[in-house]
Structure formats: C-alpha cells, structure tokens
Write a protein that binds this ligand. Structure first.
Ligand SMILES: [Zn+2]
Length: 83
C-alpha cells in the first residue's frame, strides 16, 4: 500500500505515465481514499497542461519555474521530501 509520502514522491512519474502497473494501481487506490493527495495530483496535472501549452508557444518567463517550485516546496514542506 502506498502512503502519502510515497504517493507524492511518485507524482511526477505517475503524471508522466511511466509507473509500473502495480505502483500505479497502488497510487490510484490511495487517491481514491485521500483527498489531500488527490488534490495535489489534480493540481499538478492541471499545471502540467498549462506549462506544456505555454512551452509550445513561448519560452518560459524567467522566474516562473522557481515560483512554481517555491509553491510546491511550501506544499510539501511537511515531510521534507521535495526540495
Ligand atoms: Zn495521501
């Protein structure tokens, strides 16, 4: 079973679609019962779409990425795994 830390650690890989079936299933089942992680995944998935849409047109404005990273850092500061 995936816990919150494990789930959030695999977030990017999950969104890349590069997880093994077994891990993906564990994470999906965790998301089914954990609103916090579900919201984090939703937020990141949406953010990725925004970023990839922007990147196709323009270069990323300087500072945006670090701003995003800062926000994520605050999000995940609790367990200290990201950053
Ligand atoms: Zn969770």
């Amino acid at each position: 079973m995936a816990d919150c830390n494990e789930t959030l650690r695999e977030l990017d890989t999950f969104l890349d679609g590069e997880l093994a079936d077994e891990t993906r299933a564990a994470i999906q089942s965790h998301l089914g019962g954990c609103m916090d992680c579900l919201q984090a995944f939703d937020f990141h998935a949406e953010l990725r779409q925004v970023i990839s849409a922007k990147c196709q047109n323009d270069e990323m404005p300087p500072g945006l990425l670090s701003k995003i990273e800062m926000c994520f850092g605050e999000d995940f500061d609790g367990d200290g795994r990201v950053g």
